[in-house]
Design a protein around this ligand. Structure first.
Ligand code: ADP
Length: 168
């Protein structure tokens, strides 16, 4: 597992994860950036998927992205923490890791799901992300590289701290 600070649409990996909404038809934040960079064909494929539930994940091609595939997942909106937000966020990471494992992807990059417009507290979200990915890596040894692609300094520092504390 590693952390980088940057734009996920620029990464040459087997798959990037999109923090989508239930329609899968594009939105703001990282979702908008991915749809813009992938091009209009992406929305056609997304339309055929007929939406995605919160905590679930669906695979599409990457189209004009440097990444080959996109795993679209829908994180929970933070509504205080007592509305299954932790379970649903954990499900997102779990499902994405499962798909990556099934497809034998070597490299997978995640954005900080739900920590933008959906307002999930960043530290709590990062703890779940790292825990679930670590568990799945221990179990399946796949994908070989999991990249947490942070777009803001605060998330970058949070992930850096959590990952460094795991090593020592
Ligand atoms: P959500 O609705 O799940 O909160 P957002 O897109 O609003 O989704 O935010 C999720 C995270 O993605 C935020 O931490 C935001 O800073 C980050 N983000 C926005 N644009 C990009 C990008 N191009 N690459 C990587 N992360 C991004």
């Amino acid at each position: 597992m590693e952390v980088i600070l940057g734009d996920i649409t620029k990464l040459e990996v087997d798959a990037i994860v999109n923090a989508a909404n239930t329609s899968l038809l594009g939105g703001s934040g990282v979702d908008g950036a991915i749809h813009r960079a992938a091009g209009a064909e992406l929305v056609d494929e997304c339309r055929s998927l007929r939406g995605c539930k919160i905590g679930d994940a669906k695979l599409t091609k990457g189209y004009r992205l440097p990444a080959s595939f996109i795993i679209h997942t829908v994180g929970p909106v933070w509504r205080g923490g007592n509305n299954k937000e932790p379970e649903l966020l954990a499900q997102c990471y779990y499902k994405c890791m499962q798909i990556a494992g099934d497809k034998e992807f070597n490299t997978l990059a995640f954005p900080c799901i739900s920590t933008g417009i959906y307002k999930y507290p960043k530290i709590l979200a990062a703890e779940i992300a790292v825990k679930i990915c670590e568990e799945q890596l221990q179990k399946n040894g796949c994908p070989q590289r999991v990249i947490f692609c942070c777009y803001d300094q605060e998330n970058y520092e949070i992930y850096t701290k959590i990952l460094s504390e795991m090593i020592h």
